[in-house]
Ligand binder design. Structure first.
Ligand code: SF4
Ligand code: SF4
Length: 113
């Protein structure tokens, strides 16, 4: 499913006009895609003049980069090697917990008929 980076969206509405199934609305001046309506045609990704709409793969890469940036700030302020290691371990633990939650949720969703 495409994903809109609200920070980049300049409210031109080109994606809204291009979407063949009316899956995009403007909410508070930013494009918003309704998951249930989207048919994954990718037309909105191509038409956006500022590359505010990302494909799944690009969205994942952006989130990885955001996660790393969020950790690099506190890490750079912390000069102790051991303290930095602890911070990294703690973040890895948090991410692993999130991973377990997501896997568990997906497993449960697969059981729903
Ligand atoms: S991928 Fe296609 S259907 Fe989905 S929001 Fe974009 S233009 Fe609409
Ligand atoms: S085409 Fe891009 S910039 Fe224009 S409204 Fe859609 S997401 Fe925003």
């Amino acid at each position: 499913m495409p994903w809109v980076n609200k920070k980049k969206c300049v409210s031109c509405k080109k994606c809204v006009k291009r979407c063949p199934v009316d899956a995009i609305d403007m909410v508070k001046g930013k494009a918003l895609i309704t998951d249930d309506k989207c048919i994954y045609c990718g037309k909105c990704v191509k038409v956006c003049p500022v590359k505010a709409i990302l494909k799944d793969r690009d969205f994942v890469e952006l989130r990885i980069s955001d996660n790393l940036k969020a950790l690099k700030g506190p890490l750079s302020r912390n000069k102790g090697k051991n303290a930095r290691k602890r911070m990294i371990k703690s973040r890895i633990r948090q991410l692993r917990n999130q991973q377990k939650i997501i896997r568990g949720t997906i497993q449960e969703l697969k059981q729903i008929k």
